[in-house]
Design a binder for this molecule. Structure first.
Ligand code: ZN
Length: 229
């Protein structure tokens, strides 16, 4: 590619291997950003999402894809990082045990550091506060607070060019997200949402993430490409 044709705007995009972040990556691309994907191997039980993240990033033609290993399982405290805590199959009251303590704070902090190194203007993250599991770090208040942190925590911030955190899905329903991604050509067959997939990465069909995903495809009127157990 000739230099003049390369997008000059850079973005870091958090890519988990799930449906939401695959859609966000397509949105960032459509907005003309040269996308730098970042994924986290944090000791999650649903590790096949890391392979999904690789495929999603490759299909989107990202400039680079970084995978960072974190071992959040050393902290535990979540059904996603502690094998002793079961993934619930029925929705319960309050914040579910699949919440990973401070996960998005940790992830966005590392993305912020990489964005500063790359001199990227924006970080895209696929958090969603409509059809979600009730996690505190998926709400608008969290994104707003992180934007204030970005402005005071970085060299770029004090120089008056803070790196912006954008969460384009935050007010969208799962069906709206799927329609938008379908319009942008996202191959949802590459994505994995299940909290408890089997060894072949097939979805359980029963956890919160599976339920929200299946309902989203049904409501959007888009065929569900998920491989179930
Ligand atoms: Zn599942």
């Amino acid at each position: 590619m000739n230099k003049l044709q390369e997008p000059s705007k850079k973005a870091v995009v958090l890519v988990s291997g799930g449906l939401d972040s695959a859609t966000v990556l397509a949105i960032a691309k459509e907005r003309g950003y040269a996308c730098h994907a970042i994924s986290f191997d944090y000791g999650q039980r649903h590790r096949c999402e890391l392979e999904a993240a690789r495929q999603v990033a490759r299909a989107a033609g990202v400039v680079a894809h970084k995978r960072i290993t974190l071992n959040l399982d050393e902290i535990g405290g979540s059904a996603l990082t502690d094998p002793a805590i079961a993934v619930p199959e029925q929705p319960g009251e309050g914040i579910p045990v699949t919440y990973v303590p401070a996960r998005n704070t940790v992830f966005l902090s590392l993305a912020l550091g990489w964005a500063e190194v790359l001199d990227a203007d924006v970080i895209f993250v696929g958090v969603n506060a409509v059809d979600y599991s009730g996690y505190p770090d998926c709400r608008p208040a969290f994104i707003e607070a992180f934007n204030r942190l970005s402005a005071v925590a970085t060299k770029r911030g004090v120089e008056g060019r803070p790196i912006r955190i954008e969460a384009p899905l935050i007010h969208m329903s799962k069906a709206e997200i799927i329609r938008e991604g379908s319009r942008l050509g996202v191959d949802y067959g590459l994505t994995v949402s299940c909290y408890n997939p089997d060894a072949e990465c097939r979805a359980c069909g029963r956890c919160d993430a599976c339920r929200l995903r299946a309902a989203g495809f049904a409501e959007a009127g888009v065929p569900d490409p998920t491989r179930y157990q």
